[in-house]
Design a protein around this ligand. Structure first.
Ligand SMILES: [Zn+2]
Length: 119
């Protein structure tokens, strides 16, 4: 359920008046490896419905983790987690999860005008 809670907080923030929500075309976020991108997208679509954000897209950038054992930076997701420990996809070494607990707003793309454009 952390996916839904994180997206709820994001939608609340976006519809609180900080940005012209009705002109938002695309939201770009970075999500920690504990999040399932598909669940985030579904939650966003559901929560944005009937708000000024309806019709905008959520774009999720994969999170990367650099392994201290082998030095390889790899994109990581829920499948690389064992409990709260991230296992390096390259060598299997465990490392603590960093930035794994939240989603981070990277960018908001606004439409130039009020007319709706398809994603
Ligand atoms: Zn490694």
């Amino acid at each position: 359920m952390h996916d839904l809670a994180a997206v709820t907080a994001l939608v609340d923030r976006l519809t609180s008046g900080a940005v012209p929500a009705e002109r938002v075309a695309e939201i770009r976020i970075k999500a920690g490896p504990v999040f399932d991108p598909e669940a985030l997208e579904q939650a966003y679509e559901m929560l944005a419905r009937e708000t000024p954000l309806e019709g905008s897209c959520l774009v999720i950038e994969p999170s990367f983790a650099r392994c201290e054992a082998c030095g390889v930076s790899s994109p990581v997701g829920p499948e690389d987690l064992a409990g709260h420990v991230l296992l390096c996809p390259a060598c299997g070494a465990p490392s603590p999860v960093e930035h794994g607990a939240g989603i981070e707003l990277v960018a908001i793309d606004l439409r130039p005008g009020p007319s709706a454009l398809p994603c």
